[in-house]
Design a protein around this ligand. Structure first.
Ligand SMILES: Cc1cc2nc3c(=O)[nH]c(=O)nc-3n(C[C@H](O)[C@H](O)[C@H](O)COP(=O)(O)O)c2cc1C
Ligand SMILES: [Mn+2]
Length: 471
């Protein structure tokens, strides 16, 4: 398995999925090229070099894991599997993951270039302005924020967007007060202290994935990333904060997050994963950067939100969690779960065994579907990862007057573009979800007209025997 981001980029190159781009402008162009590339069928990863205004060697890497193939590569799963089989392999692996404590090492590649206090200058790093109306450059679009819980000592390491405000100031955006970073920072602030933190830009892809996972408080993303790799993440104690920092990280900042009662800066707007700007600039906590470190010829990992279906990860990781939850709840015969429209639509496929089985699965899936207004259940012959197949089932097996339900006041977010601004102002972050039962009705299942389409196995057989003639 890859050791760090550089080795991962090497593996991507070997798969033929890397494109090198010289001369792009960090204002809009890197973001624009990334979005266009992510929308192509092959969806290549991009390594930007000779970036306008920066010396050659200072690089930005984007679309790291935006295809099923590269998401599998990052997870250490066979990248040649079909997407649904890959997600299943990940779901099974996730069930039995064993946490790996990080290993403290005595040296770190990022110490190759160190600057402290007045010598810190964030302008030396190519933070892109990703979208046309963003409030400024974002160095952190896929960066990890490291903090230590002051009471229990555990380390949180997850992804929050990071905007650059001048020579040594950054803002960190917590979507809501329940983010572990927000909870931990508030503990320091309540004691009248700033919160020590480190920001890791250009991290190991396993950590990038772990940073996106909903882990319980007290469980470190480092342990989860180590579990993905089957080996501990190597960390080095930050010279100023003592926080464990991945030794192979590309660009690292240390500093403190100032109490919001003292200082804030307007953060955003920033183009979001829904494809909208759902909020104006808002006050956010300020990080004062007291030291910066970087490897020679550093690589910034960039992961800008883009209009759906483009997404940070080419496999719907949260569908794997839903699938795991369905299994854990004892809902039998689930053959797949998937999310489309960048996690705004959830699909579950199952073999119905009894009347009410499909709805039972739908309700569990709906409960766990963050921001998704649409939840669909299909029979086991429909591939939930294939949106055309799913819509075929919706259009042919669902009688709307009988098979639609609406769940109100369900889990969404302030990022939801369809919640009216006035409602958001009074604290509304919920929406309603439609459950579409696109299954053959169980009571007359056997009488439903049989499908004329090839089964997956039949299609594969033909592909093997005749495929050469068709290519
Ligand atoms: C590329 C990317 C960017 C993200 N940006 C933010 C963000 O700006 N703010 C936020 O609160 N969550 C953001 N998230 C989601 C959180 O990282 C995710 O929900 C994570 O589980 C939160 O970790 P926590 O439970 O330790 O707080 C982002 C996720 C990804 C993959
Ligand atoms: Mn966490």
């Amino acid at each position: 398995m890859y050791q760090d981001l550089r080795e991962f980029i090497g593996l991507v190159d070997k798969l033929g999925a890397l494109r090198r781009i010289d001369g792009a402008d960090p204002r809009f162009e890197i973001g624009g090229i990334t979005e266009v590339a992510a929308g192509r069928p092959d969806g290549p990863a991009l390594l930007f070099d000779a970036i306008k205004g920066f010396p050659r060697g200072v690089r930005v890497f984007t679309n790291a894991a935006t295809t099923p193939q590269r998401a599998a590569l990052a997870l250490g799963i066979d990248p040649t599997l079909r997407p649904l089989d890959t997600l299943k392999a990940w779901m099974e692996k996730r069930k039995t993951l064993r946490p790996h404590q990080p290993a403290v090492v005595k040296d770190a590649a990022f110490l190759q270039n160190a600057r402290e206090d007045d010598k810190v200058d964030l302008a030396g790093f190519p933070a892109p302005i990703w979208h046309r109306h963003d409030g400024g450059p974002y160095i952190g679009s896929g960066s990890i924020v490291i903090m230590r819980d002051p009471d229990e000592g555990w380390i949180n390491a997850s992804i929050y967007r990071i905007q650059v405000h001048g020579r040594n100031k950054l803002t960190i955006q917590f979507d809501h007060g329940g983010r572990h970073g927000a909870i931990i920072a508030k503990k320091y602030w309540d004691q009248g202290k700033p919160c020590p933190l480190a920001v890791v830009n250009g991290e190991d892809p396993a950590l990038f994935i772990a940073g996106f996972e909903y882990l319980p408080a007290g469980q470190s993303e480092y342990e989860f990333a180590g579990a993905i790799k089957g080996a501990p993440i190597e960390v080095y104690g930050g010279p100023l904060t003592g926080l464990p920092i991945p030794a192979h990280a590309e660009i690292v900042f240390e500093g403190q997050l100032l109490p919001m009662g003292e200082t804030t800066l307007p953060e955003g707007p920033f183009g979001e994963f829904t494809g909208y700007y759902a909020s104006e600039a808002r006050p956010a906590p300020v990080m004062e950067v007291t030291a910066s470190y970087h490897r020679n010829d550093p690589i910034l990992l960039g992961s800008p939100p883009m209009k759906p279906p483009r997404f940070h990860f080419g496999l719907p990781f949260r569908a794997a969690t839903i699938w795991q939850n369905l299994d854990a709840a004892g809902i039998s015969d689930v053959v797949g779960a998937w999310q489309h429209v960048s996690q705004l639509m959830t699909v579950v496929a199952l073999k119905q065994r009894y009347d009410g089985h499909a709805k039972r699965a739908a309700l569990v899936a709906a409960a766990h579907s963050y921001m998704a207004r649409i939840v669909v259940v299909v029979d086991e012959d429909v591939d939930p990862s294939n949106l055309n197949d799913v819509m075929w089932a919706v259009a042919t097996r669902c009688e709307p007057s009988e098979q639609l339900d609406i769940v109100r006041n369900a889990w969404s977010s302030a990022l939801d573009p369809r919640i009216p601004a006035a409602d958001k102002q009074r604290g509304v972050t919920s929406h309603s979800k439609v459950i579409i039962e696109a299954c053959r009705p169980f009571p007359w299942f056997d009488k439903f007209p049989p499908t004329s389409a090839l089964s997956l196995a039949e299609a594969q057989e033909i592909e093997e025997k005749w495929g050469d003639k068709l290519r």
